[in-house]
Design a protein around this ligand. Structure first.
Ligand code: ADE
Length: 225
């Protein structure tokens, strides 16, 4: 997979890709991540990428030209499966979406700022709009990092068996069951006997039951889906 990220804050975005699972995926050459500084595509001497809103109103709008220049250049170089715009009015990210988007080849992610982008960017180029939740961030960068983490860890070969994504919360519409590690007893709180029994079919049943109970209490909506 190749991810091209268009942002006014490339430096802010780099460090999450330089550690942990995302770094490992890049080192294993399972994903390439490229940052593009939108200001490099500004055609005015102040390197502005935003302007006042037609019709009046508070807040600046990201201009169509620099974004169009950047996306058009990338599109001339290769074919993209999706051109994604991070925005609070996009489709809310969920695990099934992450599963299917982790299978894509090349994608562009555009990070919005200020009031958002000129509508013509959306009309010209954007094929998918994603929100990471019903709240407004000051820019799309953190949303893009969240989205990249969610999809990159699902690319086959990124996670080792022991960190497999198959048992994560939300896979199969269930939250995760409780988990424990040593010591078996801590401040009088002991690990359920079943987990120490070595009876793996029974352990599996216990885990399924706990995952179901946990989901029923916290997220009954997932069981209705
Ligand atoms: N940009 C601002 N708020 C956002 C959100 N909730 N999700 C994605 N991008 C955003």
């Amino acid at each position: 997979m190749r991810i091209d990220i268009i942002t006014v804050l490339p430096e802010l975005m780099r460090s999450p890709f330089e550690g942990s699972i995302m770094k490992r995926a890049i080192q294993k050459e399972l994903v390439e991540v490229h940052f593009h500084n939108l200001r490099d595509y500004s055609t005015n001497k102040h390197k502005n990428v935003d302007d006042y809103q037609f019709g009046g109103g508070a807040g600046m709008v990201m201009s169509v030209e620099p974004i169009d220049l950047c996306i058009s250049k990338l599109k001339n170089e290769r074919k993209y499966d999706e051109i994604i715009y991070m925005t609070p009015d996009g489709e809310t990210l969920h695990q099934k979406m992450a599963n299917s988007l982790s299978l894509l080849g090349n994608i562009i992610i555009l990070c919005g700022h200020y009031k958002g982008v000129d509508q013509r960017v959306r009309d010209l180029h954007i094929t998918k709009e994603i929100s990471i939740g019903d709240y407004v961030l000051s820019g799309g960068e953190i949303g893009a990092i969240v989205f990249c983490d969610a999809i990159i860890r699902l690319i086959p070969g990124v996670l080792s068996d022991e960190t497999s994504a198959l048992t994560d919360s939300f896979q199969d519409n269930l939250l995760s069951h409780p988990i424990y590690t040593r010591p078996a007893n801590y401040k009088g709180l002991s690990v359920p006997d079943i987990l120490l029994s070595g009876n793996f079919p029974e352990i599996e049943k216990w885990r399924e039951q706990k995952a179901y109970e946990h989901t029923k209490t916290r997220r009954p909506d997932l069981l209705e889906e």
